[in-house]
Design a protein around this ligand. Structure first.
Ligand code: MSP
Length: 500
């Protein structure tokens, strides 16, 4: 099937430490990238940092640092977190890198020369918090903080020129904006006349940005700069061959709050550059903390590092991937984390390994027996396991990760039940080969589940496969070799005590 798969996360503002929301998107991208890699696809996974703009400049000022020193200080915190979370990206872009500045300036020059950028004096309401002019209606909604009147000469991008092209494109490409309710939201938004996009900030007011190549008095608006990262990294204007290979991106993953910038600003920029649009823009929901929005002022920001230190990286990755229905909000609570951990990881997955390795130790001196004579119960497990790979792939292709995980856990549960009913500890007294068959069957189900869960839990599944002597095996029935001596291991996911 060898396809290419180019996936991106948003590039995160370096105004603060990363939180669970950042971790979620990045883990999701990593899981998708790993699934595609195991399917034989060639993968390019890009993440990085959005380092310009007012927010970052203000954060730096607060710390008494230059903007660049502030970014250089915070960037490693993101990189270290990604290491701890087992994120295996292929490129990490920072918008202050020379390679990016060059591309942004070349893009600006190109768009300017094509006549899609013009100078205009604008008077209106400016939201300092949002770093942009807002409409009268937006102001009246009361949703914007720090609003003041402002009159300024600025450079504008002719976004409105591409409004109909964009509407047609969305209508012609049903899988372009996902999920469907977000697509409808954007189509609804596009029913109003689209304004042009102010893409400059006068240096006199805000100078932390990329200078406009055609007007030295201005820097580029942070979103116009940031979105271009998606083409800088795969080599736009620097490496034609590489760019041709990777662009367009297969999936831009992002949160629902930044869907408009991606599906309207970015797409119209690409139209102007005559570049193809990304195949899918997928907006996920938000992690709420005990039903409320996570925010610094509420003091309820969940630090992913604390969770990883306490419960291990695989459990955190598993919980985040299993718990959120992609596209909807999800609620993070420690109770639900512990519940999910104990039921799926300790009782189901970890327990299956413990049982089979214990029984193989007791009755077969730790050596995998022949599969032997199979009957209906074995065939039922084989059938479920045999169909799993294709099912999981399809769900992953449709970005239904939580369902892909659930399908796999169903096989784990079926194997546990099968063991209980077949009771190999009893069968062993009458027929050792039959007990061997039962254990072989349960181990194969475990092995295939581990292979298919590897993108979500790379470390623990590697342990399972190592114990089974099947490190590089495929999710196909029969790859477990009889005669293999199982390795000893600790409890995979020790049960967590529930605090009353
Ligand atoms: N710098 C811009 C993105 C530019 S992309 C060209 C930005 N950065 S951000 O750091 O503020 O946010 C990045 C992502 O984090 C967004 O996709 C946002 O939806 C996500 N999240 C922030 N809080 C979140 C939760 N509580 N839950 C899930 N994701 C959340 O926006």
């Amino acid at each position: 099937m060898n396809n290419k798969f180019y996936i991106t996360t948003p590039i995160y503002y370096v105004n603060d430490k990363p939180h669970i929301g950042h971790a979620y998107t990045t883990i999701l991208a990593d899981v998708l990238a790993r699934y595609h890699k195991t399917a034989g696809d060639e993968v390019f996974f890009l993440t990085g940092l959005d380092e310009h703009g007012q927010k970052v400049q203000q954060a730096a000022q607060k710390r008494g640092l230059s903007a660049q020193a502030h970014c250089d200080d915070l960037a490693p915190r993101f990189i270290q977190l990604w290491e701890k979370l087992e994120i295996k990206y292929d490129d990490f872009i920072r918008t202050t890198q020379e390679r990016h500045i060059k591309v942004v300036q070349a893009v600006l020059q190109k768009v300017y020369e094509s006549g899609d950028i013009y100078l205009h004096e604008y008077e209106g309401w400016y939201s300092v918090a949002e770093e942009r002019f807002i409409t009268e209606t937006e102001k009246e909604s009361g949703a914007f903080r720090d609003v003041k009147p402002l009159k300024e000469r600025n450079w504008f991008f002719k976004m409105s020129k591409y409004q109909q092209t964009l509407i047609d494109y969305i209508n012609d490409n049903p899988s372009f904006i996902q999920p469907v309710h977000r697509r409808n939201e954007i189509l609804g938004f596009l029913k109003q006349p689209l304004g042009d996009l102010c893409i400059s900030r006068p240096k006199a007011r805000m100078d932390w940005g990329i200078e406009l190549p055609f007007d030295k008095e201005y820097v580029t608006y942070v979103w116009f700069d940031a979105l271009i990262n998606y083409i800088t990294a795969p080599g736009y204007l620097s490496d034609d061959e590489k760019f041709k290979k990777w662009w367009p991106a297969d999936v831009h993953l992002l949160g629902k709050d930044i869907l408009t910038t991606h599906s309207v600003y970015w797409t119209t920029m690409l139209f102007s550059l005559a570049l193809p649009l990304p195949k899918t823009i997928f907006a996920h929901g938000w992690w709420l903390i005990g039903e409320t929005k996570m925010s610094k002022s509420l003091g309820n920001v969940v630090n992913p590092l604390d969770l990883v230190d306490q419960y291990g990286v695989d459990a955190v990755r598993y919980y985040l991937m299993r718990e959120m229905v992609l596209g909807q909000d999800a609620n993070f609570t420690l109770e639900s984390f512990i519940k999910r951990y104990n039921s799926d990881l300790a009782n189901d997955f970890g327990n299956l390994l413990n049982r089979v390795s214990g029984l193989v130790g007791k009755y077969f001196e730790g050596v995998v027996a022949e599969e032997g004579q199979v009957n209906e119960p074995e065939l039922a497990i084989q059938k479920q396991a045999g169909a799993l790979d294709a099912k999981v792939r399809q769900l992953v292709d449709e970005l239904r990760i939580n369902e892909a995980i659930e399908e796999t856990l169903q096989l784990v549960r079926a194997a546990n039940k099968y063991l209980e009913y077949q009771a190999p500890w009893k069968v062993a007294k009458e027929s050792l080969p039959q007990a061997g068959t039962i254990l072989y069957t349960a181990m194969e189900a475990l092995r295939i589940s581990a292979v298919l869960l590897a993108p979500v839990m790379p470390a623990k599944t590697a342990t399972v496969l190592d114990v089974l002597g099947a490190t590089d095996s495929a999710p196909r029935w029969g790859e477990l070799k009889s005669g293999t001596k199982l390795k000893t291991h600790d409890a995979l996911f020790p049960r967590l005590e529930v605090k009353e």
